[in-house]
Design a protein around this ligand. Sequence first.
Ligand code: ACO
Length: 376
Amino acid sequence: MTYAAITGWGSCMPPAVLTNEDLSTFLDTNDEWISSRTGMKERRVSHVSAIEMSTVAAKRALACAGLDPADLDLVIYGGVSNDELCPNSASGVQLALGATKAAAIDLNTACTSFCYGLATATAMIRTGMVRNAVVIGVELISRYMDWSNRNVAVLFGDGSAAVVLQASDHEEGMLGSVLGCDAEARQTLRVRGFGCTYAGRDISFGDTLWDFDGQQIFKRAVNAMAAASVKVLADHGVSAEEVSLVIPHQANLRIIESVAKYAGIPMEKVIVTVQKYGNMSAATVPVALVEALETGRVKPGSWILMPAFGGGLTYCSLLVKWGSRVTPLGTSDAALPPCNETALDMVNRVRANQDPHGRSLAGLMAPRFAETRPGE
Ligand code: ACO
C-alpha cells in the first residue's frame, strides 16, 4: 500500500503588522469589539504578490524535505487570491521553483483550499498518479478587501505556507477525510468583482464588495466542522482522547472553542494563531501546522485533526497520522524582499482606490444581486 507522507513544511509570513488600533483609525471599530468577538489582535499585510509568498513557503518546505524541485510531479496552489486567473498561479510557482516536470493546479474552495488540496494530492499519490507534490495554502486578501466595510475588514489577513508530500510505504500522512459543501448557504459569503459575471463591465481595480452574513456562517461553520470531525474519527476508529493535536481553520476564536467542545477535545490540544494572524483563509491551517512543528508540539506518530470551512460553504475535517520525523532535513535561504512601508500605509493605498460612496461596482451590481436567493 502507498501512503502520502508529509515530509516537508515551511511558511512565509509577510512582516507588516496591522493592529486593531490601526483599523480603528479609519473604521468605526475598536480593539475591545474585535478582540472580544473574534479573538484577533493583529494580522499581516503583504507587500509582495501571492505567487512570491507561495514560492518562498514552497522553497522552505522543499528544503525541509530535502527534495529537489526538479523531482516534483505536482504543485497545488490552494487559495482564493490569484494574481491573475489566466495564467493560473500554480504555473507561476512552478516556474519560480524550477519544478519543470510538475503539473500545476489552482484549487479554490475558499478557506478550505489547502485542506482540499492536501486531500487531492494525497489521493493522487496513493493511487500512483504522482510521487512528489507540494501543496500550498496562500491568501493576499488585503488587495481585494472592502476596507470601508467593518463587518469584514477587521477579520482577514495575508499569509502563506506549504507542505511537501511524498509516496511512502509507511502508514502515515492523511489517512481519513470528510469533505462536503453546505451549498444552500453559498450566498452568505460572496466577493463581488471577480469572475465572468463582472468581466467587461465598468469596474476598476479595487472595486470589490463583500456580502457577508457572519452569524449564519458562524452557526453553520461550527455544525459542519464538528460533525465532520466526529465522523472522520468514527470512520477510522480513533477516539477524541487519542487525538494529540487539532489544527483548525482560524476564522474566530469562539468558533474554534465551540468545535473543540463538540468534538470532545480540550483547548490545550488546539493550535490557535487567530490572535496574531486573523483569518488568512486557505493559509490558516498550514501556517498553524508549521508553527506547531516549529514549537515542538507535533510528536512522532501523533494523530492530528484538521477541521476547516470556507466560502461555498465548503467544509472538511482531515485526519492525519504524523510520521517519525518532526525536524527539517535542511533549511532554505529563500526570503521576501524587505518591506519599506507600514501595513497601515499599504491599506491606505488600497483604500485610495476605493470610493465607498460612488464606486462603479455598487451602482452596477447591487440592483441585479438584490434578489439573490439561496442556492443561486
Ligand atoms: N466593530 C464594531 N462593531 C461592529 C463591527 C466592528 N468591526 N462589525 C460589526 N459590528 C457591529 C454590528 O454592526 C452590530 O451592531 P448592531 O447591533 O448595532 O446592529 C454588532 O456589532 C453585532 O454584530 P453581530 O454580527 O451580531 O456580531 P457577532 O457577535 O455575530 O460577531 C462576527 C460578528 C465576528 C463576524 C461573527 O459572526 C463571526 O465570526 N462569524 C463568522 C465569521 C467567519 O467565519 N468568517 C469567515 C468566513 S469563511 C472564511 O473563512 C473565508
